[in-house]
Design a protein around this ligand. Structure first.
Ligand code: UDP
Length: 364
């Protein structure tokens, strides 16, 4: 059903509770939340963000004290729900409950059980933007219950991510949107490769390092050092690989450095829900060489804006690097502009919210 909004909304955006905004621990969710707040503000909606204390954002912010949530990535399918004492997640949603009357809608960015469980107890509708694919049975069950009771309330970033859930056909695929004016097009790269992401096992950095060792081309790595032992192990395994860890940079510096690279390598072990870094690279004119799976496989146009390689195939990555000359860097930038602008994302978000209001029978 198509629907549209007929007035500006007051929106309360509840961030992930695994890290403060700006820390990098929240992964792509941090930039996603920022970009969505910007896309909605540009449309005249008012946004307020609720996030763990220590967060940094230019938008109106309510900081909440409490213990951070553990990350869900590697807990195993049958993991029980973890809730530390004085959990910041619980405190954020207690705050939201108190102030909900001041808002038209709440938007949840946390991949955690509690916000889904609480949804029927709130007066205001809650839109859930799910940032990862299926990881645990408990999360699958509660999200399925939520979408059954509140149709259209679940947004995801890619079709591949939706397909990891049994209720995938009911999810709204939103992609993502970026302030492309922050990303400068770089026509002439230097002879080096890039890898960008949290240094954690699901991101598969070791395959990119293995390739750098084979092709003996410098590989620059940017991202939060989430798992130090994992990174040490990679360094021991590939002692002669020409790789450098360049730290975790704010967007402005990251795009400037990333833009100078010949290609971005994306070698995740898991079904990457989207892969913000793919768009950031394309926006700078950097082709993306990615495993043919998950979000990156829906973003990269094989042979046009990068190469898609059989997951786990080191030789496939090597071959793709040898064919980088065939990719036109302007085409990469143009793809980012056509599909992943803030304006395009703003359209998709407004349609999503309108559909939720439609179901909730609340006049917009
Ligand atoms: N990032 C950053 N600075 C860095 C490296 C990464 O700000 O030096 C950000 C990047 O902009 C992206 C996020 O880290 O938004 C990684 O998100 P992605 O969706 O690629 O993966 P996730 O961490 O969510 O699995």
């Amino acid at each position: 059903m198509s629907a549209s909004l007929d007035r500006p909304l007051r929106l309360l955006l509840l961030s992930t509770s695994v890290g403060a905004l700006g820390s990098g621990l929240g992964g792509g969710v941090e930039l996603t939340l920022h970009n969505i707040a910007q896309a909605l503000s540009l449309r005249g909606h008012s946004v307020k963000i609720v996030a763990p204390s220590g967060s940094v954002t230019p938008f109106p912010l309510v900081e909440i004290e409490g213990t951070l949530q553990p990350t869900a990535q590697n807990e195993g399918r049958t993991a029980a729900i973890a809730m530390p004492p004085n959990a910041v997640l619980a405190n954020m949603w207690a705050y939201a409950y108190q102030v909900q009357a001041q808002f038209d809608m709440l938007v949840n960015f946390a991949y955690d059980w509690l916000p889904f469980y609480l949804t029927p107890f709130f007066d205001r509708p809650i839109a859930h933007l799910v940032s990862m694919g299926s990881l645990t049975d408990t999360m699958d069950t509660i999200i399925a219950q939520t979408i059954a009771r509140f149709p259209d309330s679940i947004g995801v970033h890619s079709q591949a991510q939706a397909d990891t859930f049994s209720f995938g056909t009911q999810c709204r695929v939103l992609g993502n949107g970026f302030d492309l004016s922050l990303y400068q097009f770089c026509p002439q790269p230097e002879p080096c490769l890039a890898w960008v992401g949290r240094l954690a096992s699901e991101k598969g950095l070791e395959d990119a390092v293995a390739v750098a060792q084979i092709v003996q081309k410098p590989l620059k790595i940017w991202g939060v050092l989430q798992d130090k032992a994992y990174w040490q192990q990679i360094q021991q395994q590939y002692p002669t690989a020409p790789v450098t860890y360049e730290g975790f940079l704010p967007t402005e510096q990251l795009q400037s450095a990333l833009g100078k690279c010949q290609a971005l390598l994306m070698t995740p072990r898991w079904v990457e829900a989207f892969g913000n870094v793919a768009i950031e690279a394309l926006a700078c004119g950097v082709p993306v060489i990615a495993y043919h799976r998950g979000g990156p496989a829906e973003i990269v146009q094989d042979g046009k804006t990068g190469w898609l390689v059989e997951p786990g195939s080191i030789s496939g990555l090597v071959d793709a690097i040898a064919r980088l000359e065939e990719i036109d860097r302007y085409t990469c930038r143009r793809q980012a502009e056509a599909v992943y602008s803030l304006a395009a994302m703003g359209d998709r978000l407004e349609q999503w919210f309108a559909a939720i209001f439609n179901h909730a029978d609340i006049p917009t």
